[in-house]
Design a protein around this ligand. Structure first.
Ligand SMILES: [Zn+2]
Length: 277
């Protein structure tokens, strides 16, 4: 690492939070949390106050998809009106694979960015699963086969869905989590990373789940995948200060240039790629 580069990294990691600009524009690295939900006991007012206090800018995300309270443009437009003029990014979290048929580009492109995860999909037997819900996943008898399907579904999402960030990345069901490093083989990691790179999709470094692993992040960095810090909080208590992201910035020598920033108008994923209905 050159002296200049080392200095740049030091600045990114140790930049005093008080020096960050108010509001989201211009901040990067761990000074932005792109995946904050106003839910549970966290109100919008709480979130804005926390952002001011910590100097961490927020992207406030609304979830939408099949069987969600928000499943059409009308709900998204109401959210955008509520956020209008607030010093935050506006984000849409697409849920399930059906979202591309439920919302229009005209509404989606009003958001600063769109993201999704690979935690909801349908297996070869037609079973639609949300990976964080034990009853829907059932007992995974063949973890290797499960991982192959997961990689296929994830890379299918990267190729077909207009998303800016892959969030909750590399998440596997709780029953497999102890085997994370063994199940995410180098070959599988490479397929994920290549899929992201080929489609210009950033990878979240998730604070709540503490994923992806450092090995995964290093591989993604080599392929020039950009990173975005995010929490995916369930309420006020699990919204921290990007602690895992800060740890990964140090462990993986991430610099400002490794970080994603929201695309300008005309370069958003929903403007670059069609919604395949
Ligand atoms: Zn989320």
């Amino acid at each position: 690492m050159s002296l200049l580069r080392a200095f740049a990294c030091l600045v990114l990691i140790s930049c005093p939070v008080s020096a960050q600009p108010l509001g989201p524009r211009g901040a990067t690295g761990a000074s932005v949390d792109y995946h904050v939900h106003v839910k549970g006991d966290l109100t919008l007012e709480d979130a804005l106050r926390r952002s001011r206090e910590t100097g961490i800018s927020y992207g406030i995300a609304i979830n939408g998809g099949l069987s969600f309270p928000i499943n059409s443009d009308a709900g998204l437009e109401a959210f955008l009106r509520e956020m209008h003029g607030k010093p935050v990014y506006t984000a849409f979290q697409a849920e399930g694979r059906e979202w591309v048929r439920l919302f229009t580009r005209q509404t989606l492109e009003k958001f600063d960015y769109v993201f999704t995860d690979a935690m909801t999909w349908t297996d070869e037997n037609g079973r639609r699963m949300r990976l964080w819900i034990k009853d829907e996943v059932g007992v995974i008898a063949d973890p290797q086969r499960f991982m192959e399907t997961l990689v296929e579904r994830a890379t299918g999402i990267f190729a077909n869905e207009p998303i800016d960030i892959y969030v909750n990345p590399t998440y596997i069901p709780e029953q497999l989590a102890p085997e994370y490093d063994r199940l995410w083989t180098p070959a599988r990691m490479k397929r994920i990373v290549d899929g992201l790179a080929a489609n210009g999709i950033a990878m979240e470094i998730n604070n709540r789940h503490r994923i992806p692993s450092a090995a995964f992040i290093r591989l993604a960095k080599q392929s020039r995948v950009k990173f975005a810090c995010g929490t995916n909080n369930t309420g006020a208590a699990d919204l921290g200060r990007n602690e895992y992201c800060v740890q990964m910035i140090r462990e993986c020598d991430l610099c400002a240039e490794d970080f994603w920033s929201p695309p300008g108008n005309g370069r958003k994923a929903v403007q670059r790629k069609p919604l395949l209905r």
